[in-house]
Design a protein around this ligand. Structure first.
Ligand code: GAR
Length: 189
């Protein structure tokens, strides 16, 4: 049984997808041992609704150190699912290859500091991109620059709005996130 810790900052629909995939067997032989949020958010409620341990560590300078202390001893994978704090270099290096993140764009485009959530969608639409998508990648000390695990793209419609783009991104995320988790955990796709 693999033990996954999920980090969230917001609504947690990706967390919900992971919970559902574990419950329906799409992600086999895994459990979420802990959900950690860096602020009060609905992701914490989702965890508690499924009797998953949930903890708030307020964002700030000591977040990475407190996270390290809070991690269960046997943690196979740390999954950033709409998580907005930056983990420090020391943390990233000590869990190298064990942290993955989902990003709402086709990295390496539209990544880096300040590029999260609607800021990404706004930038993509402002640049008249023909395509967008989502990326799951390993986390290293450089923001959004770790090795790509899975990526999926789609065409942007001529009348695309912020809302319709965000919805399409979430749909792609729900498809590739469980597959990427299985891939990293060594479960055949
Ligand atoms: C997701 O679209 C995720 O890709 C994005 O935040 C959203 C969280 O949604 N993450 C980032 O922008 C990280 N840079 P959710 O809370 O409903 O899963």
């Amino acid at each position: 049984m693999k033990n996954i810790v999920v980090l969230v900052s917001g609504g947690g629909t990706n967390l919900q997808r992971i919970i559902d995939c574990i419950e329906n067997g799409e992600i086999p032989n895994a459990r979420i041992s802990l959900v950690i949020a860096d602020r009060e958010c609905f992701g914490l409620v989702r965890a508690r609704n499924h009797n998953i341990a949930a903890q708030l560590i307020p964002r700030g300078k000591s977040f990475s150190a407190e996270l390290k202390n809070a991690l269960p001893e046997h943690t196979d994978l740390i999954v950033l699912a709409g998580f907005l704090s930056i983990l420090n270099k020391e943390f990233c290096e000590s869990f190298n290859g064990k942290i993955i993140n989902i990003h709402p764009a086709l990295l390496p485009k539209y990544g880096g500091k300040g590029m999260w959530g609607h800021h990404v969608h706004e930038a993509v639409l402002a640049a008249n991109e023909k395509q967008s998508g989502a990326t799951v990648h390993y986390v290293n000390a450089e923001i959004d620059e770790g090795q790509i695990i899975l990526q999926k793209s789609f065409e942007i419609a001529p009348n695309e709005t912020l809302e319709s783009l965000a919805k399409k991104i979430h749909e792609v995320e729900f498809e590739i996130f469980p597959r990427a988790i299985n891939k990293v955990l060594g479960i055949p796709l």
